[in-house]
Design a protein around this ligand. Structure first.
Ligand code: FAD
Length: 467
């Protein structure tokens, strides 16, 4: 009897425990991915739960996986529909005795796999293996219900007491269960009914395991950018100020453990550790959000957050739409939102500013913003996205986007993404409302808390004029 390997957000052949166990079982393996059309449904907020750019990135990842499986003499079965219906049908058609897959941890995903389990015949087992984090969930010094809610408490004890497991080898041979037909990879327009043409989009990086591994080679070894990470990570313009691993981590094209062990190799080879500590810190941070999400469960998605904080939002849909479109009149926010809309990516600095602006300046429910990021980000990760939004709403200080555009010298970045401001000089481009433009919106309100930063920016101009 064959077994079924169900690929989800673990689209790689290296260091993939669930896949490794399937291949190691000595049985024929049918390898499958299920594209669930429901993932692209329209939300009441007026956009799709996952939009086109995310699908484009997914297709690139699946194409890469298909090609790699073909090179091993097999193929990837691509099924379209609801996994709760499609998977039991496959089980019956091919007499499958066991399904293996990566373990889920978030509410919606757990409910989905629970429904699949309920729909299976008793003769078929469904077995999961953990694979999303740097530290295995069984190795950290906490049970999930006792994960500290404060990052430092979690980080210090965990990094001191936990070893990162070694990577499992890349799969190089599979005893495939063969089929006549493997299904096509549907593009967005054929998948989704009434898909309007809309804005043209292109994922910021190309998807796939092989692209991910090349990206690591480039960022670590070819350019040694990793050494500079600590000092460059807050920029927004270009490819190499940060690793751009997040889209690959989100769909599992690269394993976090693999990245970690490469960092250690890099440190040994280059004798440089300045940037690497910060880099690993971010990977630990990502783990923390995943484990903390497991602890708080669906309370994370509540308006008051998992700590039940008192909040009052005004929720203007008009302001929300302006923010989504990158038409707020605040260039630092608009440039980032436009980049997100076209490429499915935004720097961490951008995400901090755009989320803070939506919540604290526009006074809009943080969950609307989180849902919009979910729709667009090619690196969308349920825990990382919702936990970061939660932080911006309830756990950290306000970020002033006028001040930050000056601090991070965002002029070139703004010129790239807000071309109607391109002709302005380095001062005017940060405060375009002073220039009376017809082609770019004025902010709905100039907040008094920005005034000091505006004055500082203007001061540069006064100084330049005086010289
Ligand atoms: P690098 O700076 O090179 O960092 C390396 C890796 O560390 C990243 O790939 C990521 O896995 C992890 N990391 C870095 N920063 C963070 C962080 N703040 N929180 C958790 N992990 C981090 N990241 C996602 O992967 N998916 C999301 O859906 C997501 N949504 C976000 C929403 C908001 C409001 C904010 C403020 C941040 C969000 N982030 C998200 C975190 C961060 O912005 C991205 O991980 C980072 O910008 C990705 O670029 P990079 O891979 O070049 O990061």
């Amino acid at each position: 009897m064959p077994i079924l390997y169900w690929f989800k957000n673990d689209l790689r052949l290296h260091d993939n425990e669930a896949l490794y166990r399937a291949v190691d079982s000595g049985k024929k393996v049918l390898i499958m991915y299920c594209i669930d059309v429901e993932a692209y449904r329209y939300l009441d907020l007026g956009f799709r739960k996952a939009d086109k750019v995310r699908h484009q990135f997914l297709l690139q990842c699946l194409t890469d996986l298909k090609e790699q499986l073909k090179a091993l003499g097999g193929n990837l079965l691509v099924v379209q529909g609801n996994p709760v219906i499609e998977i039991p049908e496959l089980i019956e058609r091919y007499g499958i005795s066991e399904i293996l897959a990566e373990e889920e941890h978030a509410d919606e995903e757990l409910k989905m796999v629970g429904r699949v389990r309920d729909a299976l015949p008793n003769s078929c087992a469904l077995n999961f293996y953990w694979g999303r984090t740097l530290y295995h969930k069984d190795d950290i010094p906490y049970v999930i219900d006792e994960i500290p809610l404060v990052s430092k408490t979690y980080r210090i004890k965990t990094t001191k007491e936990t070893e990162v497991r070694v990577c499992l080898p890349k799969i190089s041979a599979i005893d495939f269960y063969e089929l006549q037909e493997y299904g096509n990879l549907p593009n967005f327009e054929t998948l989704v009914v009434n898909s309007s043409k809309g804005q043209s989009t292109e994922p910021f990086v190309k998807g796939g395991e092989r692209e991910a591994l090349q990206r690591l080679q480039h960022y670590f070894y070819d350019t040694e950018q990793l050494t500079a990470y600590k000092w460059t990570r807050n920029k927004s313009m270009g490819m190499d100020y940060s690793s751009k691993f997040s889209p690959y981590l989100a769909l599992g094209c690269i394993s976090t453990r693999y990245i970690y062990h490469e960092v250690k190799k890099y440190e040994a080879q280059t004798k440089k550790k300045y940037g690497t500590w910060w880099f690993v810190f971010e990977l630990v941070w990502r783990d923390f959000f995943i484990f903390r999400h497991m602890r708080v469960g669906s309370k994370l998605y509540s308006k008051k957050g998992f700590k039940g904080k008192k909040v009052e939002f005004e929720n203007s849909k008009e302001l929300f739409d302006i923010w989504c479109d990158g038409e707020t009149g605040i260039p630092f926010v608009d440039a980032h939102m436009r980049q997100l809309n076209q490429s499915g990516y935004m720097s961490n600095r951008g995400r901090v500013n755009c989320s803070s602006f939506l919540i604290h300046d526009y006074k809009i429910d943080w969950r609307w913003g989180a849902a919009y990021f979910e729709s667009k980000l090619i690196d969308y990760d349920v825990s990382v996205n919702w936990m970061n939004w939660h932080m911006q709403a309830f756990e950290i200080w306000y970020t002033n986007p006028v001040h930050q555009s000056k601090k991070y010298k965002a002029q070139a970045y703004i010129r790239k993404w807000v071309p109607e401001l391109a002709a302005l000089n380095d001062v005017d481009i940060l405060i375009p409302w002073e220039s009376d433009l017809e082609t770019y919106p004025r902010p709905v309100e100039l907040l008094s808390k920005w005034q000091r930063s505006i004055n500082l920016i203007k001061k540069v101009k006064t100084k330049e004029n005086a010289q």
